[in-house]
Design a protein around this ligand. Structure first.
Ligand code: KDG
Length: 308
């Protein structure tokens, strides 16, 4: 059985390195894949559900997950589509993404892909706004997975990860609202919520989420201002760990995966968020979404150091 089964789209990453603007470092990305690898590095038992193309990148991903100990029995190789990819470019405003993902293999997922029975064997099913946005059949697959998870007694975790290049804001708002109602854990970022609700106040944003029918635990991510845990009974502000980032790609995914992993290991929400903050900060210390994801020993060592 698994602690975390995630569902979504893996994307090959081509990351501009600072020395030569035309030089790209190949790595791996895709929010839910990043999250599940981060969780596996913290010791969680994980599986991933997706489709990859019958191409070199699809094979690389299968090797990557297997090397990380992520179960791939739910990964289908789709001979009629390619594995998606994206570029990361770094500028004064931080990083920017360009995507080549339309009609990718993962976007061709259908609810029948769930017949492998993985979701039923999970403690947490983890999905995101990107899993919901890449296509209508992927969206249907996420909803079907949530139904299966709930029927089997698994918990549902949802990261907002809003990508407005993938869907119009009105659809994003409607679908994410529906999905957050089914989530036992909702991980929205303040930036994403601002696009959906038009307001930039964290307390009012949490009210909007509760009024919208979210009944689970909500961890609202405020960037450099840390996060707020709303467990339904009370709201607790958690500070961020300040670090000088090299590349923040995948930091939110590392936060999600580490949080889930630590929850499965018995942490309270506060302890799990504290741990995930450190893991996410460490993940920004190198280029790429996956390569710099820390392992448990590094996170625990950093947590023993005095703050500052
Ligand atoms: O969080 C990092 C992801 O955004 C990146 O790996 C690519 O999944 C990705 C996306 O669609 O933006």
């Amino acid at each position: 059985d698994f602690d975390i089964v995630a569902l979504g789209e893996p994307l090959v990453e081509l990351n501009q390195t600072h020395k030569d603007q035309r030089q790209y470092l190949q790595g791996y990305g895709g929010d839910t894949s990043n999250a599940v690898i981060a969780a596996a590095r913290q010791g969680a038992r994980c599986a991933y559900l997706t489709r990859v193309g019958d191409d070199a990148f699809g094979r690389q991903f299968l090797e990557l997950w297997q090397a990380e100990g992520v179960d791939t029995s739910g990964v289908r190789v789709d001979g009629e589509a390619h594995t998606g990819l994206y570029f990361v470019q770094h500028g004064p405003q931080g990083h920017a993404f360009s995507y080549l993902r339309r009609d990718s293999a993962a976007s061709r997922m259908t609810p029948a892909d769930l017949d492998c029975g993985l979701v039923e064997r999970a403690r947490f099913l983890h999905v995101s706004g990107i899993s919901l946005a890449i296509s209508t059949s992927a969206c249907d697959t996420v909803f079907a997975a949530i139904e299966r998870a709930r029927a089997a007694g698994a918990q549902v975790s949802l990261d907002s990860n809003l990508r407005l290049r993938l869907w119009p804001v009105d659809r994003a708002r409607a679908v994410l609202r529906e999905t957050m109602r089914a989530a036992d854990l909702f991980l929205p970022s303040m930036d994403d919520m601002q696009h959906l609700t038009g307001n930039d106040d964290p307390e009012r944003t949490l009210d909007w989420i509760r009024d919208g029918g979210a009944a689970g635990v909500v961890v609202l991510k405020l960037g450099k201002d840390g996060s707020i845990i709303d467990d339904g009974a009370r709201r607790t502000a958690m500070p961020a760990l300040r670090v000088q980032a090299v590349d923040a790609t995948g930091a939110g995914d590392c936060f999600a995966g580490s949080l889930l992993a630590r929850r499965c290991q018995g942490d309270s929400w506060e302890d799990a968020v504290r741990y995930a903050n450190v893991a996410a900060a460490l993940s920004t210390q190198g280029y790429g979404a996956v390569d710099p994801l820390p392992r448990a020993a590094e996170v625990l060592a950093r947590m023993k150091q005095p703050a500052g």
